[in-house]
Design a protein around this ligand. Sequence first.
Ligand code: EPU
Length: 418
Amino acid sequence: MEKLVIEGGHCLEGSVNISGAKNAAVAILPASIMASKGVCNLENIPDISDVNCILSIMRDLGATVKRDNDRVIIDNETINTTDACSEDVRQMRASYYLIGALLGRFKKARVEMPGGCSIGVRPIDQHIKGFEALGANVRIEHGAVVAEAERLIGTNIYFDVVSVGATINVMLAATLAEGRTILENAAKEPHVVDVANFLNSMGANIRGAGTDVIKIKGVEALSGCDYSVIPDQIEAGTYMIATAACGGRVTIENIIPKHLESITAKLEEMGVKVIEDGDSITVESDGNLKGVNVKTLPYPGFPTDLQQPMTVLLSIAEGISIVNESIWESRFKHVDELKKMGASIKVENTLAVIEGVKKLGGAKVIATDLRAGAAMIVAGLVADGVTEITHLYHIDRGYPNIELKFNSLGARIRREKN
Ligand code: EPU
C-alpha cells in the first residue's frame, strides 16, 4: 500500500493546469459505444484510474481503444457483446452509463450493479423509471441490471429527484429512440451539457441541456466524431480551496470560470480574493478566513463534490460555520480524520457545525473516499508538521498527478510505500 507524506505549512504560488472533467469523461467514454460506425477521437481525457477502468470494460466489450496521453481513440464498431459483468464494472459508479448506451444502440444490456464511493444510499430507480418509460423491460437478475426492448419510443419523463446519472443515462437511450423524448426536472451540471454536446457531435438531436427541460429527437444511428472534454470543475475548485487555506497566489488555468461561480462566491465571502481572466482564475489569500455557511445543492448551487475540501477550509476559518450536505446522507466520514488533526466539528445527520481553530496539526489519516482524500491533502498542506494519508486508491480515481501538481506550487508531498 502507498501513502502520501505531506510536510505542511507552505504557501502555494504559481499556476496549475486543470485536466479534463472526470464525471464528463466517465460518461462520454461509454456514450461513444453508441457510434455504430466511425471512430471517436477524444481529447482532454484525464489520466485517472476511473478512466482506465471504463476503458478496460470497453475493451472487454470488444471496442478497439488506443490511448496517447490525454487523447483516446475508440472504434466501437467491433463491440461484440452487451454483457458487462466484471470486477471493473462492480467497482465504479459510472459503469451504469453502459446500460443507457448499450440499450440505445443494441436494445439490450446486462450490466452488473455499479459501485463507487460510499457516501450514502445510491439508488438507480430514476434511471430505471426512464428506461421503462421508453419501453424497456428492466429487471435485476443475480446482481445485474438487465434491460431489453423490442423498440424504444420517445415520451415525456419527469424525474422525481434531480439526478446527474439518471439525466445522462436516460438521455443516452432516448437519443436512439423513435420520436421525441422530453426530460423534465433534469440535472443542469456542466457535464450533462458536455455529454449532450458530444452526442450531438455524433449526430444526435438534443436541445436544452443545461436547463431543467431537455428535448431529444431520436435519430436512427450515430457515428464517430472528434471531441474535447470540458475542464474539471471539481479539480479546479479543489486547487482554489487549497490556495485559500494555505495562503499565497495561484492561477488555475484551462477552466470555465462560469462553472466555478458558487465556489468563487463562497471564497469571496470568506475574505479570499478571486480574479477571473478569460479561461483562468487567480486565487489570492493571506490565510485570514471568515467562517460562512454552505449548503450543497445541484448545479448551479455549491457542489457536494467540494463539500469535503470546503469543510477543511472552514475548520481553520474564524467563528462558527455550518455545512448542510443536502445530496448525500453520509458524506462526513472525513470529519473523524480531520478531528485527529485538531479540528473542532460536530456532525448531526447531514449538518456539520464547525468551530474554527487557529491551526491543524499533522497526523496519520485515511482517505475514506475520493473527495475526502482531496480534503485530507488540503488539511495536510495547511497543518503544522507531517501528515500521512493512506487508502490512496480513492484519490487516484479522480485527481490526475495530484502530488506533482501541488509540488509545482511549492507544496512538499511525497508518495511512499507504506
Ligand atoms: N437519486 C435517487 N434515485 C436515482 C438517482 C439518484 O434517489 O435513481 C438521488 C441520490 O440518492 C442523491 C441524488 O439523487 O441523493 C443525486 O444523485 P445523482 O444521481 O445526481 O448522483 P450520481 O449521478 O450517482 C454524480 C457524480 C457524483 C456527484 C453526484 C452529485 C458521477 C460518476 N458521479 O453521481 O460524483 O456527487 O453526481 O453531483 O458523475 C464524485 O465525483 O466524487 C462523485 C461522487
